[in-house]
Every structure is written in C-alpha cells, then in structure tokens.
Design a protein around this ligand. Structure first.
Ligand SMILES: [Zn+2]
Length: 434
C-alpha cells in the first residue's frame, strides 16, 4: 500500500485539500482519507504544490499517422481536402512493418504520457502485408502496438478495425488491401485471439462506406455477446453522407441503427455533420460521441453540433485521431472554442447556464472517455485504476490561479507542459525533467 499526498485533488465532490490517496499493490485506488490519519511516513509520496487529476483518456488514435505531422500542409493538389490528405496517409501506411509500427507506437505513446494521456483507444486498421496476405502471426501488427503500450506504460485498448471495401459499391484500392480481412469470420477470429490472450479490446467497423451490412450485423452481435465497445467513424465528411444517401436512402447514423450497431457501448467518432434526427437516435440508444478537434481542424472537416449534443446530454469524449497534436488540454479547449465560434457565444459546453466549463471538460476528458473504452478508470475514487496526472501549480502558465477557478485556468490558459507527472495503474510512468 502507498499514499499520494498532493496539495489538491479533484474528486466527484470537487476540489479538495489535505487528502491522501491510498493505492494498493494492484494499482487500484482503495480510498481517499484525511491527511491527519496515521500513516507511516515511508509509505507517503509527497506531491507539494501539485493538483492531482484523473489521467486523460484518448478515445481515438491512429498511432502511425503521427509520422505525417507537419508533412501534409504543402499543397498535395490544387485544392486539398480530407480526401487528398488520405492519399498521403495511405502512402505512409504502405511503408509499415511490425518493427516500424512498434517503434512509432513506442515513441508516440511516450509523447501521449508526457501530455497527460493515461489510456488510449487505438483504432487500428493496418493489419496485413501490403498485398493483403496475413502475416505468419495474423495479429503481428496489433501485437506490435500492444507491446509498445506495455513498454511505455500507457494503457492500450485495441479497437480492432474491420475494413472490407473501397466504398459503397466500390472495389478496394491497392492502398487499402492491407486493412482488409477476407471474411468477417476471419476478422472476428483475430479479435477473439487477442481477447483470449487477456488484452483489452473493442470492435471497430471502420465506417458505413468501408463495411457492408452483413459484417456490421455480425460484429454488433459479437460486441453484444461479449460486452465489448463498438467504435465507428460517422458523419465526418459530407461526401460520405451523400454517397450513403444514394446507396441506402438514409444517413450514416440512421443506417447504423438499421444495422443494430447502436447501444450504450457504441461510440461514434466525429459526428461532425450529424443532423438533429441522427442525434435523437444516438440519445435514444445512449451512445457516445468522440470529437477530435485538432484533427477535425487540420483536415477541414467542420465543427461538431455541440449545442445539439449538449441539449440531448449525449456523452462527449475526445480523441487525438491523426496525432497531429498531442495535448488533452488543447483538445478540450478547442472543443469549447470551436463551439463558441460556431454559436457566437461563450460557455457552450456547460451542464447548466450557471456552471463554469472546467469541470465538464474534465469529465469529457476522463470519466466519459474511460466509459467509452469500458475501463475502470477516469475518476479519483475507490476501486478505480490509480491513473493520474499531477499538475504543477507553480508553473508560470498557472500563475494567478485560485481555488474557485482552478480548472478553468488550466483548460483555458495552459498546455500540457504544466504536467509534472503521469501515473498509470499506481506507477509513475512519466516525470517532467526526469
Ligand atoms: Zn479516425
């Protein structure tokens, strides 16, 4: 048993001081007790002038896309869009081997830990050899990612992506072969193998354009049977919505409902162009939305309908997606800032009109994210994983903070440079300047 003694800790009761957080040998929080209680000195780790928060949860990452950072802003064509960017991304995906993927994941996951992310949902789709043939170990690429998680200390939930075709009634492009399994049974066998090995996994049919209805039905049934998270991209691009309407006479989230793919375990990634009717459907099924504001900004996707999401109390989470930037404070700030620009008023993401945004942004970045990945984390409370970030209150970016506005000072005034330590499952896995 050990105890952390931060200057402040944030729990569901709000900001507290003079508390010790008790952690058992399995890395679980067992209690939050008054610092006046008798505890042996050698069991206490002091965190002076630090604020302890739950670790941030990165719900949506494609780790290898970190290699594109900074390299896709030169003109790729006369008019660049998501689709021209995608060609550059496919070229990068062709180069990967299990060894290169491991190395990229190891470095990127270290960067995530330094930024304050303690868990990641890795939406992983580069599965096979370039010509589409499986490796001798069919999960060689997934295993490279999971090994990088183990070696860095970041908790990885492998969201195994299913990919079957180039688009609605569209054959595969050469660059997509290595994303695809021959049949949905083959895909599910690979998920099952990782599950049997004890890894935390979820299923991730890529999108309604890349996965046909029969596959969706089988994957959704498997997710129900084993209570696994189901993540899917939807409504990121107007072109995809138009193609869906032409092929099926409805919009992507309406189609997901027909496929029985919606439930409280479902997370819709982006939902940028979702209509009120689509959001009504999500609210009805208790599904979650993951926004990725820095990537959505980079790719010119658009701004999510935050006001409509809030009005329906649809749980929001964040993802770093293309990893063009890794900073949960910036990701959450851009959710609120882009909402302000869209609706031309302040404090859009608040629980009620008289609340400050800080606590809700923290909730999106931690507890809601953990729920979307089905992990027992995201709050500083008994029986939760001891996943924390320690914020340096003496950092110059935090100068002028007060107890009353502490979270708002953090989310609107600071970058992840203020993170002094990151803890996962009771172990300190990142120390600034260490
Ligand atoms: Zn994505």
């Amino acid at each position: 048993m050990k105890y952390l003694a931060p200057a402040y800790v944030y729990t569901h009761e709000g900001l507290q001081k003079n508390k010790l957080i008790a952690i058992d040998d399995a890395g679980l929080i067992t209690g939050i007790i008054d610092s006046s209680q008798a505890v042996a000195h050698e069991q206490i780790e002091l965190l002076p002038q630090m604020l302890l928060l739950p670790g941030f949860v990165n719900v949506h990452s494609h780790v290898f896309q970190r290699q594109l950072r900074g390299h896709t802003h030169r003109p790729l064509s006369r008019q660049d869009t998501f689709w021209t960017w995608r060609r550059a991304m496919y070229a990068e995906a062709q180069r990967l081997t299990p060894e290169l993927l491991y190395e990229e994941a190891r470095q990127t996951y270290s960067e995530m830990l330094a930024a304050g992310y303690t868990s990641v949902g890795e939406f992983h789709y580069v599965h096979h050899q370039v010509d589409g043939r499986p490796y001798d170990r069919p999960n060689a690429m997934s295993e490279a990612i999971l090994q990088a998680g183990k070696d860095t200390g970041l908790r990885v939930v492998l969201l195994m992506t299913a990919y079957a075709r180039g688009g609605f009634q569209q054959a595969l492009e050469a660059g997509q072969r290595r994303f695809c399994d021959a049949t949905v049974e083959q895909y599910l066998a690979r998920v099952e193998a990782l599950r049997q090995q004890g890894y935390q996994v979820g299923v991730a049919p890529h999108s309604v354009r890349a996965v046909p209805g029969e596959w969706f039905h089988a994957i959704a049934a498997y997710s129900r049977e084993h209570s696994l998270p189901l993540h899917v991209h939807a409504d990121e691009q107007v072109a995809e919505i138009e193609q869906c309407r032409t092929a099926h006479g409805c919009r992507p989230i309406e189609l997901l409902e027909r496929y029985e793919a919606l439930s409280p375990r479902t997370t819709i990634v982006h939902a940028t162009h979702a209509t009120e009717h689509e959001l009504d459907i999500l609210a009805q099924y208790g599904s979650t939305v993951c926004v990725c504001p820095t990537t959505e900004g980079d790719l010119g996707d658009g701004i999510a309908p935050y006001e409509d999401l809030r009005a329906r109390e649809i749980p929001l989470t964040i993802g770093s997606d293309s990893n063009t930037r890794l900073d949960p404070l910036e990701e959450l700030r851009w959710a609120e800032y882009s909402a302000r620009m869209r609706y031309q008023r302040r404090r859009v993401l608040v629980a009620d009109e008289l609340a400050a945004p800080g606590p809700l942004l923290l909730d999106y970045g931690t507890r809601r994210g953990a729920a979307a990945l089905a992990i027992q984390a995201g709050e500083i409370a008994p029986d939760q994983a001891a996943d924390f970030v320690a914020i340096d209150l003496e950092h110059r970016q935090m100068r002028g903070w007060s107890e009353e506005d502490l979270l708002d000072t953090l989310f609107f005034g600071a970058s992840s440079e203020v993170i002094a330590q990151t803890w996962v499952q009771g172990a300190c896995v990142y120390r600034r300047n260490a």
